[in-house]
Design a protein around this ligand. Sequence first.
Ligand SMILES: [Zn+2]
Length: 128
Amino acid sequence: MSQADSGRRAGIGFHCPQDNCTGTVEFDLEAAPSEEFQAVCPVCHRAYALNPALRGKLERMMRLINAIRDAEDLLADCTVSVTTAAGEVRIPYAMLLTRLNTRLKLDIGGKPVDIHLLVEPSSPETFR
Ligand SMILES: [Zn+2]
């Protein structure tokens, strides 16, 4: 975990599960593996600590994202073939990565909560 590269961010967020709260709790994925880390709702100011299992998952997620970013130039030339009724379609792998929309299901105080991963494309010119 030492990829302090060029301000690229991977964030994570979920709707605050407090009753009647409309806040979205968002935080930087890089910060999540720390034991002292707490995410705070900007509306009701409730603090959420992450349990070790979730911290481990988020840390591995961060490593996966960094590995994908490292391999971006290799992946730029790769395509994924999909057979459709109209024939074979070749989708650039880099384009698939921009559609990476990861959700984790969590249980917070007995309520199911969807966590959304928000990954910024590392180099916008790759994804036109
Ligand atoms: Zn809240």
